[in-house]
Design a protein around this ligand. Structure first.
Ligand code: ADP
Ligand code: MG
Ligand code: MG
Length: 212
């Protein structure tokens, strides 16, 4: 199985920035349906702000240090709900991996679970509230099942990304109970939650950069 080292972490974040830029309009469109239309803009701004900081990282650094840099940048550059929520997720993920040089399958599950738990701590959403948690929680559960079955980090990440994608799609029929979309009541039905979609994109990027 591939190794989740610092280079992988940096590739993950760079790819995330690319994918979020490419999906900026699509995420804005989702947020226009049930929010204020800025989710793509928010995510793109935050991840673009990380790129020059990645270039300036010292040669000897760790996955945890990269995740912490992502966290502090998102918290300071992204307004709205998603900035502090994703910021907390990356901060808790950083804490979960500590100063290890690489992330094995068990640590990967801890990283994902810590990220999800951080979002819940901050935003208090339950599963089914039509938020990004509806992508994160199935991803954590799928990652845990894959890891418990003894698979490598590649299979764990693929399971997480696939579960997040299904979770994002499964927000479509839901009524929202958290965030701006909760003001819409039944009018939110039929629209995908934008934050669940950005989570799905982020976790897919984590898998996609494994082999490169
Ligand atoms: P804002 O709503 O402030 O404009 P964004 O549009 O960037 O912020 O982010 C909206 C996304 O944030 C939603 O699609 C949802 O996934 C997520 N979100 C909002 N509130 C919460 C919460 N309390 N817990 C988890 N996720 C939330
Ligand atoms: Mg918004
Ligand atoms: Mg906003």
């Amino acid at each position: 199985a591939p190794t989740l080292d610092t280079a992988w972490t940096v590739r993950w974040i760079r790819r995330s920035a690319e994918v979020l830029a490419a999906n900026r309009a699509a995420l804005n469109t989702l947020d226009r349906e049930i929010g204020d239309g800025d989710h793509g803009e928010n995510m793109d701004r935050g991840f673009q702000a990380i790129l020059p900081k990645l270039d300036a990282l010292p040669d000897e650094t760790t996955p945890g240090a990269v995740l912490k840099l992502v966290a502090t940048t998102l918290i300071s550059t992204v307004g709205g709900a998603a900035g502090p929520l994703y910021g907390t997720a990356f901060l808790k993920a950083s804490g979960a991996v500590g100063d290890a040089e690489w992330v094995d399958a068990a640590a990967l599950v801890s990283l994902l679970a810590a990220a999800r738990d951080g979002i819940v701590l901050r935003g208090k959403a339950d599963e089914g509230d039509k938020t990004m948690i509806d992508a994160w929680t199935p991803a954590v559960n799928a990652a845990l099942s894959a890891q418990a079955a003894g698979t490598g980090v590649d299979v764990v990440l693929l399971a997480a990304a696939d579960a997040a994608a299904r979770g994002a799609q499964a927000t479509e029929p839901l009524v929202a109970r958290k965030g701006r979309a909760s003001y819409l009541g039944e009018r939110a039905i039929g629209h995908r939650d934008p934050g669940s979609q950005s989570t799905s994109l982020l976790l897919r990027a984590a898998f996609d950069v494994l082999a490169t």
